[in-house]
Design a binder for this molecule. Structure first.
Ligand SMILES: [Zn+2]
Length: 112
């Protein structure tokens, strides 16, 4: 595999966004129940299961956003609507999903 400094930075940012930023958001905004909230954030990564429907399943140069079903623009509009749901945990799911989309999207910007 070809390794270069841009790959390393990109991968660090990607997993930083996926794992580290949610911890800060959980602790800052959900102090008393941050562990539960962080767990929900991690669970929203299950949206990547839609990659299993794609061929090939993983392609580092493909942009997930607008390609996979749960990463489509329709899905993202739906996640934004979920932000306004009365149930606070559904709201947490929506925040997690939208952070996921931002993370995947910034990945796409690297390959332009
Ligand atoms: Zn994704």
């Amino acid at each position: 595999m070809h390794i270069n400094i841009q790959n390393i930075i990109q991968t660090t940012i990607h997993y930083g966004f996926h794992f580290i930023i949610p911890i800060f958001i959980a602790i800052l905004f959900y102090k008393s129940e941050w562990k539960k909230v962080y767990f929900i954030f991690l669970a929203t990564m299950l949206v990547d299961l839609d990659h299993l429907l794609a061929n090939p399943i993983f392609d580092p140069n493909r942009c997930s956003i607008g390609f996979h079903f749960l990463h489509s623009y329709y899905a993202i509009v739906f996640y934004v609507l979920l932000l306004f749901h009365k149930n606070r945990y559904i709201k947490v799911v929506a925040i997690g999903l939208l952070m996921h989309m931002v993370t995947d999207y910034q990945d796409c910007l690297w390959n332009r």
